[in-house]
Design a protein around this ligand. Structure first.
Ligand code: ADP
Ligand code: MG
Length: 700
């Protein structure tokens, strides 16, 4: 082939996949969907796990979830007409029997599976007690001359996409590995790092991972604990950390507006408050104000548990910018939250003579135009809204600071879009807020480009929320509790309906049904309902009524997750808590316990609970500490879930795992720092190798 004629210093990154045997335009397009364009991309497309086709297992030894090769004889087969037509085939070896199930089959396949026929079968095992199952196993008929389809070593299983089979990917990877043998790639890690972490050569590592040798230990392959895996994990983690650091460096070379003020507005606000800011609030406000006074663009993450008082801190930051003559945009992920912010900020700001504007996409045209005009003329100093804030038709007069609430709910692109609204030649200062504490490992990878401020203290006088778990069958008890809370104690109640996998429509219906039931069961109480399908004004009316205590019970979908503030609410019931992430539950629960009264949260679960669900509910009962909860969430559900789906793609780790490899993440911190400082070009090469074209977010 043409390839062998090429110069020996050929660069695999410049060698298109189409140069491989068997890759035509169609396959190339599918590979492209996996971000695989050249041979190096293919080599860095690493296995998710391995299949064991090196031995024949006995049926009796199979565990649920195993993917295994077995040797069987058919005992009977039969077409069944249940919900779906299927072909069921009972087969056995000399230890036990197993059922194969086919939903797609034709006449000849059916005939092949006649009684007495012998097969090798490979597939995923489902075990219910003694009953063993495989759906659509791969079958190889045993004939007088056939040999077992056994392989010498474990078979890698790759992440793939629609219409691209493992069997199409594997031969390509093999070709890529052969090419690698002839045209090795550079070891980008400095010697001392390779020695410190005992890492093998990158070429050896890639070869080992894609085509494991016969004697490779299956466990070390499956668990990615081999030196080869470690090499790739380290390199990938480093690439990510470096990419964030380089992003940071790039940002620092740019100009933002230095914002000087005498702090008059801030002082006036503090004097008006019915409380004193906590020490933590003061410290963190100072950190932010200090940043704003400089022309280096601020990129700061403000963390604080629910109820820690982030709103006040963000107001202090906003006033710094406003007094210095700049506009401030506050962006919230939901309309409800944007409205809540608008209400609380306007109250504070009106008294200070600061003009606010509100902008969400649903606003009536007249109101919207008015907002747009005030934003463009500079009349509006503080602008609060949703993603509507960065749409094309929004022109700012002199935007200086962007405050992004619940930042993990926004994608990187949305944050970038808002940044584009800075005046020509300047960067915005950015303050990101989150009530979902970021575990350290995540902070060091995903947020390594940000400075972090933490409000580590709650306002005084808070009584921790008591959390209990109750089976759905004991609903009666809860009705009793509600009667007491709303009756004698004159408190208010949230009832949260969660149906995570269902459509929004179904969720809203469920909430409606619950609201009707409660209204029936509790005729003396006023029940309100909010969900995502309500028009924005309708939502506001209900929320206002709940705030002013005209409603005793607020039935809601998870739209109230963030930001709602009604200190008189002392009881929250959460249906199906087993379906939510811990951090989300913690957020919800944070809606109560906002005053000094004792508050309760009832997790109303459905039986039976899985062990994992039990463990998660236990965590909620044991602690009110958002940081502990986030760490547990990360362990139990992984980073994607914790950060919200939007950001999963942004992390884009292909091989490393922030939970499994947490220790390496911290050990590599220093290495990343040194590399970024001392060898920026090398650092650039490492990020380029692993992140390549996916690095759009690094474009400041
Ligand atoms: P979060 O950090 O969850 O956004 P908020 O800013 O909504 O928290 O504050 C929660 C509640 O605590 C609000 O009712 C707020 O007015 C009140 N609050 C904030 N700071 C203090 C403080 N220093 N002392 C007493 N109450 C405070
Ligand atoms: Mg808040």
């Amino acid at each position: 082939m043409a390839i062998s004629k090429l110069a020996s210093d050929i660069n695999l990154a410049n060698l298109d996949c189409t140069s491989l045997k068997g890759v035509g335009p169609k396959l190339a397009e599918k590979l492209e969907r996996l971000h695989i364009r050249n041979v190096l991309d293919l080599l860095l497309h690493l296995p998710l796990r391995y299949e064991d086709r090196t031995q024949i297992k006995s049926i009796a030894s199979l565990q649920d979830g195993d993917r295994a090769l077995i040797k069987v004889q058919v005992e009977m087969s039969q077409v069944k007409y249940g919900k779906r037509r299927s072909l069921v085939c009972r087969a056995a070896d000399n230890t036990a029997s197993i059922d194969f199930r086919f939903f797609y089959f034709n006449k000849s396949q059916q005939q092949r599976l006649e009684k007495g026929a012998e097969f090798y079968a490979f597939g995923e095992v489902r075990r219910f007690g003694f009953q063993c199952n495989m759906v659509h196993p791969e079958l190889t008929a045993i004939t007088a001359t056939s040999t077992a389809p056994l392989l010498d070593s474990l078979t890698p299983v790759y992440p793939t996409t629609d219409g691209l089979h493992q069997n199409s990917l594997r031969p390509l990877t093999r070709q890529a590995v052969d090419l690698l043998d002839k045209h090795p790639i550079d070891n980008l890690l400095p010697e001392n790092v390779q020695n410190q972490f005992k890492l093998p050569d990158i070429n050896q590592a890639l070869k080992w991972i894609h085509t494991p040798p016969k004697d490779a230990k299956p466990e070390s392959l499956q668990q990615f604990t081999s030196p080869a895996a470690r090499r790739l994990i380290c390199e990938e983690l480093l690439a990510h950390q470096l990419s964030m650091m380089l992003h940071r460096h790039k940002l620092e070379e740019q100009q933002a507006q230095a914002m000087h003020s005498d702090g008059k507005l801030q002082d006036t606000l503090l004097q008006q408050l019915p409380f004193k800011p906590t020490k933590a609030q003061q410290r963190v406000s100072q950190e932010i104000i200090h940043d704003l006074q400089h022309s280096k663009p601020m990129l700061r993450l403000l963390q604080g548990d629910v109820g820690a008082g982030k709103t006040l801190v963000s107001a202090m930051a906003a006033l710094q910018a406003i007094e210095a003559g700049f506009q401030v945009a506050i962006m919230a992920p939901t309309e409800i939250l944007a409205e809540q912010h608008y209400l609380s900020f306007s109250q504070w700001m009106n008294e200070l003579g600061v003009k606010t504007a509100f902008l969400i996409s649903k606003l009536p045209a007249k109101q919207k135009n008015e907002s747009l005009e005030q934003i463009a003329s500079g009349k509006a100093q503080l602008i609060i809204g949703t993603h509507a804030l960065f749409q094309k038709d929004v022109h700012y007069h002199k935007l200086g600071l962007a405050i992004i609430d619940e930042q993990h709910r926004f994608g990187v692109n949305q944050r970038l879009a808002l940044k584009q609204k800075a005046p020509e030649g300047y960067q915005l200062h950015q303050l990101m807020m989150t009530a979902t504490p970021i575990p350290r490992t995540l902070a060091m990878t995903v947020y390594a480009d940000m400075d972090v401020s933490i409000i580590d203290e709650l306002p005084p006088g808070r009584t921790p929320v008591q959390t209990v778990a109750l089976s759905d069958q004991k609903r009666e008890q809860i009705i009793q509790r509600i009667t007491t809370a709303c009756g004698e104690e004159e408190r208010q109640v949230y009832w949260v309906c969660t149906l995570i996998d269902e459509s929004e429509e179904v969720q809203c219906q469920a909430a409606e049904t619950t609201a009707n039931q409660l209204a029936e069961q509790l005729p003396n109480l006023n029940v309100g309902l909010v969900h995502g399908r309500l028009k924005s004004e309708q939502k506001q009316i209900v929320m206002d009524k709940f705030k002013s205590n005209e409603l005793d019970i607020l039935v809601a979908t998870t739209v109230i997750e963030v930001g709602v503030d009604v200190p008189n609410a002392s009881l929250m019931v959460i249906e199906n808590p087993e379906r939510l992430g811990l951090s989300q539950l913690h957020q919800l629960r944070g809606r109560v316990g906002r005053g000094s009264i004792e508050s309760h949260c009832v997790l109303l679960y459905q039986q039976p609970l899985s062990n994992n669900a039990k463990a998660r509910i236990q965590v909620m009962r044991d602690t009110n500490d958002g940081f502990v909860i986030a760490e547990e969430d990360l362990k139990l559900r992984g980073p994607g879930e914790l950060l919200g789906t939007r950001q999963t793609g942004d992390i884009g780790l292909r091989f490393a795992d922030l939970v499994r490899d947490a220790e390496l993440v911290s050990e590599l911190q220093q290495v990343a720092h040194d590399l970024a400082e001392q060898s920026p070009q090398l650092a650039q090469k490492i990020t380029q190798r692993w992140l390549g074209s996916r690095q759009d977010f690094a474009d400041v």
